[in-house]
Each structure stands twice: as structure tokens, then as C-alpha cells.
Ligand binder design. Structure first.
Ligand code: NAG
Ligand code: NAG
Ligand code: NAG
Ligand code: NAG
Ligand code: NAG
Length: 401
């Protein structure tokens, strides 16, 4: 497969100048009309489904506690359950709509779900984990099917609480928010990882992709059935550029930027099937939904192919943790301590996370997440190629919010 190209959509998307002026005129003259007043989408809430790429504290609340500082050091200055030094893409998405950062559904303390819920947990898969308890086989029990169940339960409980009134009613979304919210998805990386780490051949993992994508579609259909109308679906990133793969598979063939070639090709095949599935969902869902497919892969890959262009260095090296290889990964995890050769070694952070891509060998730094958000929100990597803040509007027959 050829190396992914950057921004294939950018050139095709150009707003006619006339409609820009019309748009400005309408925006300026119709502030009393709620339909025209909000030319950009004003989602009242976000419901997110996914894995550690968008986990804002779910797995930490449920099972293992938050990964300790220096996780969180750059922005929150405390451990929040995010696997990063700061904010994730989902945090920047929420912020861009003026919404609070999403609380994890599983977090029982101090949460307020008025403007959305995060069902994502680290290590989640699309496919049912083989053994849930007591051996987690390294993956989260909260796979996408369970995240759907939780969403369903959350919805009916919210409706119940709202009728009761009082303080609990002020912690849940309004009923109409479930139809008007943005539903975001970022999941699949662990389905690949699980295959690779489960001693499957590249071919076996690759061959399992269509079935995994079918399962993804079933879950999306179920979530749509309960009211989701605006969906923003991230494809999976170049897993073959992450230290946890590079260290585990030292002999796997590398591409020109040092990423594991075949592992990335499986990710690209996943994305190819995902994009096909999105096309089918657009045709089959009734009532219709505005579904945006977002090519996060290309944006992440550009950080490996051309890091200097975006102000980054050493993209294949983990910033935080300790390892005796060029990826600086694998012996002591970020924020943990371990005795190595008789002396205690702390998995500390590198000096300048702001110029680094990889945080802990698996996840991205806040700086990388911010850049990725910035580029995907423009619409240049989306199908259809329209910005995040217009993502409610690409089906004219949909009610506009
Ligand atoms: C939850 O957040 C909403 C919106 O920010 C706010 O109006 C509400 O009062 C909050 N609930 C509580 C109990 O603080
Ligand atoms: C994979 O193979 C290695 C060596 O053959 C073995 O030690 C390991 O337990 C296997 N892992 C799984 C998940 O089967
Ligand atoms: C994955 O399968 C697809 C469809 O059979 C094939 O085109 C592609 O080359 C395969 N990729 C890998 C890495 O095996
Ligand atoms: C541990 O010992 C090995 C072999 O002597 C050496 O290569 C490595 O750098 C040592 N690690 C630390 C943390 O001292
Ligand atoms: C909508 O998003 C585009 C692309 O990111 C941005 O240029 C524009 O300023 C945004 N519009 C508003 C009103 O925020």
C-alpha cells in the first residue's frame, strides 16, 4: 500500500465567495432568528465512545486508578485518568463548542453530565474481549457493546431523574440533548493491538478487520436507534509508529520513517473498511444521520513523516517512562518506579513534552493532540470535507439545530 497522502480533501472544499457574504449578511442581520443566528453548529452536549485516545478518566475510576504524575503535568497539573501530559483530542473538541470537558460515565465522584458523557475507557475494543473477569487479558471489559449498554441506561435514568427534579435533575442532560448532541467515536486501535499481541500473524489480524467493522456498524446502528443524529467518527491511527509496537516487534520491516510497515497497513485496511461502513450507514440509517468520517490516520502519520514542519522532534521516542532502546520504552512505565540493576528508576518525563509527539509509548502528548485537533477540525481530513463546527449541516433534509 502506498504511504498515505496528506489532506486529499482540502482542495475539493472551497466555500463560494458569494455564499460567504450571504452567510455573513444573514448572521449579522438575523440575530433574533434562532435558526439563522447559529450558522455554526451549537451542540448542547457530546457523547463519546472509545478507548484511551479519548478516555478522560473512565478506566481509572473503574479499575486501576489514574496513571500517576507526570501524566497530567502540562495542563491539569494532577493525574486525571488521561494517558497524556494534558488534554486529549476530545477535550479540544468539547472546548471548541464552549462545553465543559466530558466526565467519565464510570466516575462516581464530582461528575456533572449536563453537557455530555464520556463512555470511553482505556484498553477498550470494538470486539467483545475474550475473557472478561477475572483475567482481563490486558483489555478493558468496557468494550463498545458495554459502552452502548451504559449509554442506554444513562439515557433512561436521566429521563427518570429529570422528572424527579432537584439536584440530580441538574446533573443530567435535557431530553432533547440526546437528539441534538454530537456523538463522537474513536475506537479500534486495541482490536488491532489485541491481534498483534495475541500472536496472530499480520494476515490473521488483517483478515479479522471486516468482521470487527461489522460489529462497529451494529453498535452505531443501536446508538442511532436511541437518538444519535450527528456522528463524528475518527479512523484509527498509525499503530505501527507507536513504541509499544516497535519494541515488541523489533524485526518487523520499517518504512522510510521508521514505522512498522505491515502493522500500519492493517490499520489502513481497518480504515478502508470503516469508511465503506460509514457510506453504508449513511444510506441505511433512518431517520438519516449526518455522519462525518475523520481521517485521523493521515494527520497522525504526518507527525512521523514530517515532524519538523509542525515543530516536533523525535516522534518515535516516548517522552515519559524508561527503556533501554531507541524508543525509550518498555522497562519502566510513565509515572511508575522499578528497580533496574539494583537501583530504583523512575519513569519520568522528558524535558520538553511540547515538542514531542509520543507521550508514554502508546499515547500522544497534549501538544500533538492539540495539533491533530486543529487540523481535523478544519474539515480538510473529513468526509464530507466540512469543518467540525459545521458537522451538523451536511444533510439538508436534517432538522437544523
Ligand atoms: C451541572 O452543570 C450545569 C451546567 O454547567 C449547571 O447548570 C448545574 O447547576 C450543574 N449542577 C450542579 C449540581 O452543580
Ligand atoms: C505468544 O507467544 C509467546 C512465545 O511463543 C508466548 O510466550 C506467549 O504466551 C504467547 N502469547 C499469547 C497471548 O498467546
Ligand atoms: C489486508 O486485506 C486486504 C483485503 O484482502 C488486502 O488488500 C491487504 O493487502 C491486506 N493487508 C495486509 C497487510 O495483509
Ligand atoms: C543495566 O545493566 C545493563 C547491562 O550492564 C546496562 O546496559 C543498562 O544500561 C543498565 N541499566 C541501568 C538503568 O543502569
Ligand atoms: C469554524 O471552524 C473553522 C475551521 O476550523 C474556523 O475557521 C471558523 O472560524 C469556525 N467558525 C466559528 C464561528 O467558530
Amino acid at each position: 500500500m502506498p504511504a498515505p497522502m496528506e489532506s486529499p480533501n482540502a482542495a475539493r472544499f472551497a466555500v463560494p465567495v458569494f455564499s460567504c457574504f450571504l452567510y455573513l449578511w444573514i448572521a449579522a442581520t438575523s440575530s433574533l432568528n434562532p435558526v439563522w443566528a447559529s450558522q455554526v453548529c451549537e451542540f448542547p452536549a457530546i457523547f463519546n465512545f472509545g478507548d484511551s485516545n479519548s478516555d478522560t478518566g473512565g478506566l481509572a475510576a473503574a479499575l486501576w486508578g489514574a496513571p500517576p504524575l507526570p501524566n497530567g503535568q502540562t495542563y491539569f497539573r494532577r493525574a486525571t485518568g488521561r494517558y497524556s501530559d494534558g488534554r486529549l483530542i476530545i477535550d479540544f473538541i468539547a472546548q471548541s463548542f464552549g462545553l465543559p470537558y466530558l466526565d467519565a460515565y464510570l466516575n462516581s465522584v464530582g461528575t456533572n453530565f449536563t453537557h455530555g458523557v464520556n463512555f470511553a475507557t482505556s484498553a477498550s475494543t470494538i470486539e467483545l474481549p475474550s475473557i472478561i473477569f477475572p483475567h482481563l487479558d490486558g483489555f478493558s471489559p468496557f468494550y463498545l457493546g458495554i459502552q452502548y449498554d451504559q449509554y442506554m441506561g444513562f439515557m433512561s435514568k436521566s429521563d427518570f431523574l429529570r422528572l424527579q427534579g432537584g439536584v440530580f435533575a441538574s446533573l443530567v442532560p435535557k431530553h432533547e440533548f440526546f437528539n441534538n448532541a454530537l456523538y463522537t467515536f474513536d475506537i479500534g486501535q486495541n482490536d488491532l493491538g489485541r491481534g498483534f499481541f495475541g500472536n496472530k500473524t499480520i494476515k490473521q489480524v488483517n483478515d479479522s478487520m471486516p468482521d470487527i467493522i461489522d460489529q462497529f456498524s451494529r453498535h452505531v446502528e443501536n446508538i442511532h436507534q436511541l437518538g444519535a443524529r450527528y456522528l463524528w467518527i475518527h479512523n484509527t491511527g498509525p499503530i505501527g509508529c507507536l513504541p509499544y509496537i516497535l519494541v515488541k516487534f523489533p524485526t518487523a520491516e520499517r518504512d522510510e520513517f521508521g514505522c512498522a510497515k505491515a502493522h500500519n497497513e492493517v490499520a489502513q485496511y481497518f480504515n478502508h473498511k470503516l469508511k465503506e461502513a460509514v457510506v453504508k450507514l449513511r444510506q441505511s440509517l433512518s431517520p438519516p444521520a449526518a455522519i462525518t468520517y475523520v481521517d485521523v490516520y493521515s494527520v497522525k502519520y504526518s507527525l512521523y513523516s514530517n515532524p519538523g514542519k509542525y515543530g516536533f522532534e523525535k516522534p518515535l521516542e516516548a517522552c515519559c517512562g524508561y527503556g533501554e532502546n531507541k524508543y525509550k520504552y518498555g522497562i519502566v512505565g510513565c509515572g511508575y518506579s522499578k528497580v533496574v540493576n539494583g537501583s530504583e528508576v523512575f519513569g519520568r518525563a522528558c524535558g520538553r513534552p511540547s515538542v514531542r509527539v509520543n507521550w508514554d509509548g502508546i499515547h500522544y502528548t497534549e501538544a500533538a493532540n492539540h495539533l491533530i485537533f486543529h487540523r481535523i477540525s478544519s474539515g480538510a481530513f473529513s468526509d464530507p470535507p466540512i469543518p467540525l463546527n459545521m458537522s451538523c449541516r451536511h444533510h439538508n433534509h436534517l432538522p437544523q439545530i
